[in-house]
Design a protein around this ligand. Structure first.
Ligand code: GTP
Length: 597
């Protein structure tokens, strides 16, 4: 296809505004699939994505569209991940396109994620086509939302397309707008090959499949190519596109998007943002924009049943085949046994992996409190990156500690603003901006990431009854007065419960954990102290009173079946008791303490 007949675009939208439904409509309208094949949403091809309604992996489809002017166009629709944790993947997908459809729910209006994505798209010099979706809903207010797009984003929305992805209204108008408004790609097919690696995934039959945007030159079967940043060389054995079914093609030329395979076994060799060129007469320097992605949130994953450890190891290794962005290494905990310390791109990424392990691999898991990566500046001049409180060095050797910060944009109905501001303030937030748009508040805060990984989303959702939307990006590290807080049971520290916290929050968090453990740990014949401590200093304390014999007698006396049950339960529990001092504590107590998050 000549360049003037190619259009590369993505769809940007807030979660649930109808991105997947619209993509499916476009595929259907241009004849990519039969009605029966349409029955399931196509682009979100993982079960979890379907259930949670989140697009995890970028996928792309090629559509042939014959426009009203009689010409046939090759439209490449790039599906981008819908969540901030995957911001870098999103940025590479956007870099592969010349334009974007901005889908806004005409009943909901502009949301935090709409904003974040649209600004990124503008940064990539995209031509943006606003689409007001769900106009079939009685609650739709397209004129109001049109004004909002102009006021908040500063985009001309006078020609926004009115659409309903669900009932099929406006689909042709959208296709025409893509052809007429989004510019054709630029590129030179006679120049040395430069193809950007946009995404990759593991396919059991094809091996690693790589999605590329060819910037210059031509990529074809049989070519010897090298990955300029990864430093490896491969032989291309397949070139094609997805419609969305796989179709082999002789080549992909400058301006085109499609996939290649090259008998690559490990996804870790394919770095998003890398540049693929030919081994002979190739490009001399990689395309701009490559970034190494690093896990930012860490936690321990332990099997509830110690016998599941091997199964957990296998399952994690399998998941890692398809997701090079999470990391894992073995960890042992006195309280929880054998497990893994895992690193993730963010909280949602953590949740997705955790959920896939429990669902697809049928594992019952316990997660320790998520931790961010701290930079420990030591007195001897060295810098340590700490992501496990257990590895915290002696504070006497630490000069200062830096922690990651984020800038967060929260969008919410006015009535919840007060409690949201309080939440951000309580989490050491610094307010940067506060504006109102159509009865809703948009507030920008700088926050330490470690305050956000600790149940921030949940709190935000519950105080706003689900109406607040949230988006963030990292803004570097700052010095913080951070300490390691240990939890001691009968004067012995419980490793899985220690955490790094800001000094000002330590007492409240320590007290909370002590109270919780007090209810979870069964009584013994003697008093058991539960303490939270920083270094040698106790900052919170609870005591489990000694058990009185007559209490049990009263409780269980007479009812023989109940007594039996209790005995059986105790027997079972014994298997997984952990000893602290002379105290036997069922593992469930720690698990429950962690589960209450
Ligand atoms: P993520 O994949 O989570 O980002 O969501 P999405 O933006 O892809 O939204 P999706 O297409 O899954 O649609 C969300 C919900 O809105 C679904 O229940 C759709 O059926 C519904 N929906 C999408 N488009 C329309 C529309 O035009 N009208 C109405 N009434 N509902 C729609």
């Amino acid at each position: 296809t000549d360049l003037s007949h190619i259009r590369n675009f993505s769809i940007i939208a807030h979660i649930d505004h109808g991105k997947s439904t619209l993509a499916d409509r476009l595929i259907q309208r241009t004849g990519g699939l039969t009605d029966r094949e349409m029955s399931a949403q196509v682009l979100d091809n993982m079960d979890i994505e379907k259930e949670r309604g989140i697009t995890i992996k970028a996928q792309t489809v090629r559509l042939d569209y014959t426009a009203k002017n009689g010409e046939t166009y090759e439209l490449n629709l790039m599906d981008t991940p819908g969540h901030v944790d995957f911001a870098y993947e999103v940025s590479r997908s956007l870099a592969a396109c010349e334009g974007a459809l901005l889908v806004v729910d005409a009943a909901q209006g502009v949301e935090a994620q709409t904003l974040a994505n649209v600004y990124q798209s503008i940064e990539h010099d995209h031509e943006i086509v606003p689409v007001l979706n769900k106009i079939d809903l009685p609650a739709a207010e397209p004129e109001k939302v049109r004004a909002e797009i102009e006021e908040v984003i500063g985009l001309d929305a006078s020609e926004a397309v009115l659409a309903s992805a669900k009932s099929g209204i406006g689909i042709d108008d959208i296709l025409e707008a893509i052809v007429n408004k989004i510019p054709a790609p630029k590129g030179d097919r006679n120049a040395p090959l430069e193809a950007m690696l946009v995404d990759s995934w593991y396919d059991p039959y094809l091996g690693v499949v790589i999605l590329v945007r060819v910037v210059n030159g031509v990529i074809k079967k049989g070519q010897a190519v090298k990955f300029m940043i990864g430093g490896t060389e491969h032989l291309i054995d397949r070139v094609g596109c997805m419609r969305p079914k796989i179709e082999a093609l002789p080549e992909l030329a400058a301006g085109e998007i499609g996939f290649i395979t090259a008998q690559i076994k490990e996804i870790a060799q394919t770095r998003v943002g890398d540049t693929i060129t030919t081994v002979k007469n190739g490009a001399t320097k990689p395309l701009p924009g490559f970034k190494e992605v690093q896990p930012v949130v860490f936690c321990g994953l332990f099997p509830v049943d110690a016998n599941d450890f091997e199964k957990l190891r296998e399952s994690i290794s399998k998941l890692r085949l398809n997701d090079a962005s999470f990391s894992f290494e073995m960890e042992t905990s006195a309280a929880l046994g054998f497990g893994f310390r895992c690193g993730f791109l963010g909280l949602l990424h953590l949740e997705i992996i955790q959920e896939r392990l429990s669902r697809e691999y049928d594992l019952d898991l316990i997660t320790t409190a998520p931790s961010v990566v701290y930079e420990m500046h030591m007195k001897d001049g060295s810098v340590l990156h700490l992501h496990n409180p257990a590895d915290m060095p002696d504070p006497n050797y630490i000069e200062m500690i830096e922690e990651p910060w984020i800038e967060a944009v929260i969008y919410c109905p006015d009535e919840y603003l007060g409690s949201i501001l309080k939440l951000c303030q309580d989490r050491r937030g610094i307010q940067k901006n506060l504006t109102y748009v159509g009865g809703r508040a948009q507030v920008t805060y700088e926050l330490p990431l470690n305050e956000v990984v600790f149940d921030f989303y949940d709190r935000l959702k519950s105080i706003s009854r689900g109406y607040a939307s949230f988006d963030y990006h990292q803004i570097g590290t700052r010095e913080g007065d951070l300490v390691k807080m240990s939890i001691l049971v009968n004067n012995e520290p419980v490793d899985a419960l220690s955490m790094i916290v800001h000094r000002s929050a330590a007492e409240a968090r320590g007290r909370h954990m002590c109270e919780r453990l007090k209810d979870l740990i069964p009584r013994h014949l003697f008093k058991i102290p539960i303490q939270a401590a920083i270094g040698g200093k106790v900052i919170a304390r609870e005591t489990i009173a000694a058990m009185r014999k007559d209490v049990t007698a009263k409780c269980y006396g007479g009812d023989i079946t109940r007594k039996k049950k209790l005995l059986e339960k105790q027997k079972e529990g014994k298997k997984r008791m952990r000893e602290y001092g002379s105290v036997q504590i069922p593992q469930e107590a720690f698990i429950a303490a962690l589960r209450m998050g």
